[in-house]
Design a protein around this ligand. Structure first.
Ligand code: UDP
Ligand code: MG
Length: 318
């Protein structure tokens, strides 16, 4: 019996990666050639509104290699949305998301596929050690602890990123989640399915520079918390409660002092500091509510998460 080969989609979000792409393609296409006996391959590039020659390179690759397909987004939407566009257009029985800069080694892919064949639905790459500053590393660790703690059902592994193999079932699940303020790392855990790690060493970028500015990272961090947890909203009630209790105790102290010792109460400094403290806290609480409200506003419009310029035709020879 001649069973049909399974198809593997490599999903590559690319934003201004003209320097890295040729190297990336060389490495990956060699791997695909080596494993072509066992699998069919699809190299699906998502051009995330690049302003350099990225799209031209991708189009050339698609013209010369039938395994290459692309989705050309109408502008830069960010990696999270670019991945969604990829999931929507991937044909494979499983999808492997991988960065275009070769920081995530394609050499780990065979191990991932082996785990998939064993029956795991979500094989995530786990960084063995990180080539990052101590600052970024610590902040990321604290953040993931915090987020895991805040969002009951979502367990996040700090060392796992977007380099992972997802079974078709996982991909279809992720596609059902159409929220625009995406934090995919949380979504992997949200959808469930059997998971297992594959270790890899993160490398330096082969070319170009990191596309994550501090501002974008902050946004992503906020999206992570606000779309997976309502703990910040509760913060206001907790602090409100604590402040009321303290205020009550303070009131008793002031009363007792005035009644039994006849202490003149020093009014001005206490009042000013209390007003400032409470005023500051109320503004903070309002801000938090505003953040959530903003997200509700954006989601209720039900805008499509992205628009595309063009998608390469599906090759239906299989
Ligand atoms: N990326 C993207 N859109 C963006 C930013 C990044 O598609 O707005 C892609 C980028 O081309 C790369 C991957 O996401 O393939 C990871 O980006 P980068 O290497 O800059 O992130 P880092 O490795 O520094 O976290
Ligand atoms: Mg990178």
């Amino acid at each position: 019996m001649n069973r049909k080969k399974k198809k593997i989609t490599l999903l590559i979000p690319a934003y201004n990666e003209q320097e890295a792409l040729p190297l990336f393609y060389d490495t990956v296409s060699r791997l695909a050639d080596e494993m072509s006996v066992s699998y069919d391959w699809e190299l699906l590039f998502v051009n995330d509104g690049s302003s350099d020659g990225t799209m031209n390179i991708i189009r050339d690759l698609a013209a010369s290699d039938s395994r290459v397909r692309y989705v050309d987004l109408s502008r830069n939407y960010g990696k999270e949305t670019a991945m969604l566009a990829g999931f929507d257009n991937a044909d494979g029985d499983c999808v492997i998301t991988i960065d275009a800069d070769l920081q995530e080694p394609p050499s780990a892919i065979p191990a991932m596929l082996a785990k998939w064949e064993e029956g795991f639905k979500d094989v995530y790459g786990r960084r063995r050690h990180r080539d990052q500053g101590i600052m970024k590393k610590t902040m990321s660790r604290v953040y993931h602890k915090l987020l895991s703690g805040m969002s009951g059902d979502v367990r996040l592994t700090d060392d796992a990123g977007d380099f992972r193999l997802l079974d078709r079932q996982c991909v279809d699940a992720l596609r059902k989640i159409r929220e625009t303020q995406r934090y995919t790392k949380g979504l992997y855990d949200l959808i469930g399915f059997s998971k297992t790690p594959v270790e890899y060493d993160i490398a330096r970028r082969v070319a170009g520079t990191s596309k994550w500015s501090a501002r974008k990272l902050m946004h992503l961090a906020a999206d992570g918390i606000m779309s997976h947890s309502v703990v910040p909203l509760r913060l206001a009630s907790y602090v409100g409660l604590i402040v009321s209790v303290i205020a009550f105790i303070y009131l008793i102290i002031v009363l007792v002092k005035a009644l039994f010792w006849g202490d003149a109460v020093a009014g001005y400094p206490t009042i000013v500091s209390l007003i400032l403290f409470l005023g500051g806290f109320i503004l903070l609480a309002l801000g938090i509510i505003g953040e959530y409200l903003g997200r509700i506003f954006l989601e209720t419009k039900r805008r499509p998460p992205y628009f595309v310029n063009s998608v390469s035709p599906r090759n239906n020879e299989n």
